[in-house]
Design a binder for this molecule. Sequence first.
Ligand SMILES: Nc1ncnc2c1ncn2[C@@H]1O[C@H](COP(=O)(O)OP(=O)(O)OP(=O)(O)O)[C@@H](O)[C@H]1O
Ligand SMILES: [Mg+2]
Length: 415
Amino acid sequence: MSDTAWKPKRVTDGPSDSTGKIFKVELSIQCAETKKTLEGIISEKTDFQIKDSKDATPSSLLILELAETPEETFAVIRDLAKVAKGTEIFLTSSKLDSGILLEAMRAGAKEFLAQPIQPQEVEGAFSRFQERAASSTDKRGEASIVAGKVLAFFGGKGGVGTTSITVNVAAALLNLPSKPRVVIVDVNQHGGDLPLYLDLQPMHSFRDIAADPSRLDQAFLIRLLTKCESGLQVLPSGYDDLSTGRLSPDCVEATLKLLQASFDYVVVDCGHVLDLTTKKALELASWINVTSTLMVPVVHRTKRILELLRGSGFPQSKLRLIMNRYLSGEKDVLVETEEILKQKAHWLFPNDYPSASHSVNSGKPLIETAPKTAVGKSYMEYAASFDDTPGQSQGKSSVLGWLSPFKSGKAQAAT
Ligand SMILES: Nc1ncnc2c1ncn2[C@@H]1O[C@H](COP(=O)(O)OP(=O)(O)OP(=O)(O)O)[C@@H](O)[C@H]1O
Ligand SMILES: [Mg+2]
């Protein structure tokens, strides 16, 4: 089949880099010769460049190779077309089957590059890509070229509710009016049990990446995500406290940066062990939510954690103290605890054991099983506080009237 079948159709949701900037290209290609040829062609061009693996902003163009099982590639293209809206996808393959080409085009691929690669075909495809970029107005506007926010949740101690908060804030973000793309990631390699909170039995996890980090690219990563019915996507750690394998900081860094390129929010359960891997996730975070309760042993360890983080150079502006299981009569204890921790609580999640345990046992976020409870509303308000979409109020006032010292449910940042 000739490439005439691949004449560009007018697109309304095209590449986002239409501002005269350099287009970043990502190659997800196993065939060494094809990859080398494309790298050579792109290196000669002034307005295209290969995307650096440490770059967390989305690529404008992804050139994807057809896998052994074409259906797998079509599924990846469909998923990418949904999450990576500012990225155009080209397909490359040595198979020139018209059925495959048609299906790929239906899935969302914009051009086909036959192997062996012909430079003039690449030139043609690239210039059509540029035409589309120039004529299209990306519906998501500038937002789509901004790297997603990483929200890290770290437990001052085990069992304080870190996973419950991570899951619920992620689920609540998904329900924001701006309909952000949200992925939830578990980097806890000392008991990563996040899938249980969503009743998932994932086929893939960080283990797949750790097994062969060289395979990591946007298309590979999309294949590893488990999709919940709600639209939430999940990358579990795959490590429990009996596992011997270890997740490297580099692996976490590369993965989170790739996810930042496709999702508006990357919500990370960091567990409660501060090792080099979790530190890497915290380094990439826009905010580090350190979760505590008012229990003495928890406060004791949270104090150590906060000191360690401050001592390691994490900026105070990124550190948030989140108090979980707060009871309305505990104001005095809270004030005393804030003095001990040298930090004001940024948010208070009310205590509601029956609703919390029912939600965990039913494998659904509490914001679904008990949305009208104070804790359910508090999760939703906390999620809304991250939304800086124009027109959305940030850190809106809380309905938790009983949290009278924190009229907005949002305490003042630490001084
Ligand atoms: N706001 C809350 N009120 C009452 N109970 C809660 C609340 N949030 C969480 N819990 C309960 O606390 C327990 C521990 O929660 P969770 O597993 O989320 O903690 P964790 O910090 O992730 O634990 P781990 O260290 O084992 O990973 C669960 O039984 C959960 O239902
Ligand atoms: Mg947990």
